[in-house]
Design a protein around this ligand. Structure first.
Ligand code: EUG
Length: 602
């Protein structure tokens, strides 16, 4: 269907003033266009009838017990705050995503599903839910907003878990402090929302958005996500948490552990990250040890900024480029987390489908990519580097001089400023993201495939050409083997780079899904055999990835299991998240390893 026809039939995305996960007014038009492009490329019906008795039950809980438990939860929270997952599953799209399953299902849509969703309105409500879960031994799976797309979305790891949707009712920016340049957020605050709230204060502060702005600030941070201003390492810029433990007790971390005067919050809570004694914040990231209900985040004082793009013509020069990046990054001449992207992404981020460029479903040949790139603003190149420098104009210019001089050593490289590129070029979205304004544009490459979904392979390497080559060769070879276009992006922090390989697949094509899983499994294994590990992964690969961190006969996993069993003896909190299984589930067939395709135990 043509985009214009789709547009006239589609319901409008809720505004952020109407719904916590909605779109700010200023993006309403962009949002409409983005949605129309995606829906015009969708062949799947909105939903299909479901098989079997619904809702799906949690493990080892019969229907009578489940119904009794739900009745009790309804009593505790109110009927309006609990919803059974017994209706057809709707994938929706990024801005209107489900909280019942993974919108970008990579196994069958019906596999990673919840039994119900509960909506707490306060930390006290979360405590009540956790105590209830312990009474009935029902696993609960907290989500902040459920936009962890490419890593499992809103889906629980264990089928039939009760989703705790923290964000729907706990979505306030509790504080914005211009003096300490910090804020306190609840789980339901998106980057879009935090941006709007900071703007309202008029304070000269930036937030740090990731590529797309709909995610939860708190959720992304405790999943150790990445953004692109100098504050791009989200977990490194958090400051203080409030956490509900699996027992139902509440804990404050950092200076928040020391009570403020007369019941106030501690005045240093968002100023100093630590408390006295062991640093515990880290164990609540990528874990299942507690439910974070409040979190402090540092905000960056607004400053001058200048983004640029540098293109490089030869595929094989990425090693040299990375060798140039390392000292620039370590010396903070590169001011942010820059991205080195493959030229195929210049094609994909136009939002046009692969079929526009190439009729086949096999990986697009390099010559075809070249022939299209030739007609684009980047030209016939291999790599595009997107960077930004910060500070007053004089220092920016000094930094840019060094950057231009260093990258000029790569034959044929070309330096471009945003105003030398057309108004609809991706760089203008990059300018906003890298200066603290959340965006939607990055979604456009989902149009590459009909019913486009994506999965990230995200290993860490040192910022060294030789290491990058090892991973890049594995990724390139295996994408070819399994029939996928390869979309490599390096996000450079300094000493280290996150290599992001974005697998774009058709959700309606079971064979493509099977091949995407096989591709992931092999990349995880081959990279690990060479010493490279993922920083984050989709639910169904968590067991495999966790085991690759097996130094000392799985010493790290045994340590995590010891903590898990001490904090959560009944194993109710997000069993299996990050590969950590409580003893009730351990070794009973729940683990998903290479060769397993189902999320349910045998
Ligand atoms: C991206 C970056 C990530 C991630 C997922 C996607 C970027 C895509 C650095 O972390 O986890 C262009």
């Amino acid at each position: 269907m043509a985009t214009a026809d789709v547009l006239s039939e589609l319901p409008i995305t809720p505004l952020i003033t109407e719904k916590h996960s909605g779109i700010p007014e200023r993006y309403a038009e962009q949002c409409k266009q983005s949605k129309a492009r995606l829906y015009s490329n969708k062949t799947l019906p909105p939903s299909v009838p479901r098989d079997g008795e619904l809702p799906v039950l949690p493990p080892d809980v019969d229907r009578d017990t489940f119904n009794k438990a739900v009745a009790e939860l309804t009593e505790l929270l109110g009927a309006e705050n609990i919803e059974l997952n017994d209706k057809p599953l709707v994938d929706g799209w990024y801005m209107e995503h489900p909280n019942t399953h993974d919108a970008f299902h990579i196994v069958q849509q019906s596999e990673l599903v919840s039994s119900a969703t509960v909506y707490p309105g306060s930390t006290e409500d979360v405590q009540k839910i956790v105590r209830w879960a312990n009474k009935y031994l029902i696993p609960v799976f907290p989500i902040s907003m459920g936009r962890n797309l490419g890593y499992g979305g809103a889906a629980p790891r264990v089928r039939g878990s009760v989703i705790i949707d923290l964000g729907r009712r706990m979505n306030k920016v509790l504080k914005i402090d211009g003096n300490s340049a910090s804020c306190i957020v609840e789980p339901g605050v998106s980057y879009f929302k935090l941006y709007e709230e900071v703007q309202k204060t008029g304070l000269p502060l930036w937030i740090d958005p990731p590529d797309v702005g709909g995610g939860s600030v708190l959720g992304n941070c405790i999943d150790r996500g990445v953004g692109y201003t100098p504050y791009g390492d989200h977990f490194a810029n958090h400051c203080g948490m409030e956490v509900v433990l699996p027992s139902g007790e509440v804990l404050r971390t950092g200076m928040g552990a020391l009570p403020g005067k007369n019941g106030a919050d501690n005045p240093s809570w968002q100023a100093f990250q630590h408390a006295y004694g062991p640093s515990v914040d880290g164990i609540f990231s990528q874990s299942n040890f507690g439910i974070v209900t409040k979190m402090g985040m540092w905000l960056m004082p607004e400053t001058g900024h200048q983004s640029y793009m540098i293109t490089f013509p030869r595929d094989e020069d990425f090693e040299q480029i990375i060798e140039i990046i390392r000292p620039l990054a370590l010396n903070r001449i590169l001011g942010n987390i820059p991205q080195l992207r493959n030229v195929i992404q210049e094609l994909a981020v136009t939002g046009k489908p692969k079929s526009f460029f190439y009729p086949g479903n096999d990986p697009m040949p390099r010559e075809v990519i070249r022939s299209h790139a030739k007609n684009m603003p980047c030209g016939d190149v291999a790599w595009c580097f997107y960077g930004t420098v910060y500070g007053p104009e004089e220092t920016r210019n000094m930094q840019l001089d060094i950057i231009r001089r260093e990258f000029a050593k790569v034959p044929g490289s070309k330096f471009m400023l945003p105003d030398e590129l057309p108004a609809d070029h991706y760089i203008h979205s990059r300018v906003r993201v890298c200066s603290g304004t959340p965006e939607l544009r990055e979604l456009d490459w989902l149009n590459w495939k009909p019913n486009g979904a994506h999965l990230f392979f995200a290993p860490i390497t040192p910022t060294k050409g030789a290491d990058a080559r090892v991973v890049h060769e594995i990724v390139t070879r295996l994408h070819k083997k399994w029939g996928f276009d390869s979309f490599p992006t390096w996000c450079v922090a300094g000493r280290e780079m996150h290599y992001i390989a974005n697998i774009v697949y058709d959700r309606a094509d079971d064979d493509e899904k099977r091949r995407a899983i096989a591709l992931m499994r092999e990349m995880v294994k081959e990279a690990a055999d060479e010493g490279y590990g993922e920083y984050r992964t989709h639910l169904i690969f968590m067991d495999q990835v966790a085991r690759t961190y097996g130094w000392g006969d799985q010493a790290l996993m045994r340590f995590n299991e010891t903590i898990k069993d001490a904090l959560d003896p009944n194993g109710i909190l997000a069993p299996g998240r990050a590969g950590i299984w409580p003893k009730r589930f351990r070794g009973k067939g729940y683990e998903l390893l290479p060769g397993d395709e189902k999320s349910t135990p045998p």
